[in-house]
Design a protein. Structure first.
Length: 276
């Protein structure tokens, strides 16, 4: 849990939209908690049906929201939520419109949502797999950025953070649809940042690396840990700390970058062998 501070409130008076805040083990939740502890008002989205369809299952949304509220610096901070399926074409515009209606203006956009599962290797792919991942991971993210930019009035503190994966650092076996949709975001980062800079908005993309958000089996975690020189898996708060820095004034000179927050994850190191 993030410690509250009575004096440090770098995001007080700013509003952040954070998507994909559905589980207390997730990066979206860890990020929302950090931004709340830094003084921001929050508008968070969730899509419980996606988690229901995954092996790790869904969380109690009210418990998720309570966890964010507990991190607030004071009772005056607000947390507004919206259940939304970002695969629907008009959903990004509806999210931003709802956030603006609630707060008047949005200063920060964190596109943390993602579709997982329903993927395959070459020979297994279908048009539906590719379209499904593109719609959620790429199309909705670009439309959210567009809607965010349209409502931004030029005030200082405009920030956008996208989330990619490690597809540019090593293969993602069996995840071609997911990897392609995430590669599009890292590939378009500089172009988006260049256009948004004219409006005083910074945009960066974060690759969190392998993070234990509840999807890893004990066997998979044991297999991967030897590849981390720091001796542990990534935790949700690891990328959340970087995201928090990027959206504060401390990160105002950083834009157009794809940042790998992987704790030195060394894909070339030998994994653990059974029985070790």
């Amino acid at each position: 849990m993030v410690a509250k501070s009575g004096t440090a409130a770098p995001l007080r008076g700013r509003v952040a939209v954070v998507t994909g805040v559905s589980r207390r083990q997730g990066i979206g939740f860890a990020t929302a908690v950090r931004l709340a502890a830094a003084g921001a008002d929050l508008f968070v989205t969730h899509h419980r049906a996606h988690d229901d369809s995954q092996p790790w299952g869904a969380d109690d949304i009210e418990a998720v929201l309570d966890g964010i509220r507990d991190a607030r610096l004071d009772e005056g901070q607000r947390v507004v939520d919206m259940a939304v399926n970002l695969a629907v074409s008009d959903a990004p515009d509806r999210v931003m419109a709802r956030a603006v209606k609630a707060y008047g203006h949005v200063d920060i956009l964190i596109c943390n949502h993602a579709r997982s599962g329903g993927d395959g290797a070459l020979g297994e792919l279908t048009a539906e797999m590719l379209d499904g991942h593109w719609a959620v991971n790429t199309r909705s993210t670009l439309l959210l950025v567009q809607a965010f930019a349209a409502q931004h009035d030029g005030r200082e503190g405009g920030r956008v953070v996208l989330m990619t994966s490690g597809q540019g650092l090593g293969p993602l076996p069996g995840e071609i649809a997911y990897g392609a949709s995430k590669a599009a975001l890292s590939g378009i980062t500089l172009t988006l940042a260049d256009q948004l800079a004219d409006d005083g908005i910074t945009l960066n993309t974060v690759n969190p690396g392998p993070v234990d958000t509840g999807y890893m089996t004990p066997e998979l975690a044991e297999h991967l840990v030897p590849m981390f020189p720091l001796g542990r898996m990534g935790r949700p708060d690891d990328p959340a700390r970087l995201i928090e820095w990027l959206v504060t004034d401390a990160g105002r000179w950083m834009t157009g970058q794809v940042l790998n927050s992987e704790g030195g994850f060394a894909r070339w190191r030998p994994p653990a062998t059974p029985g070790e």
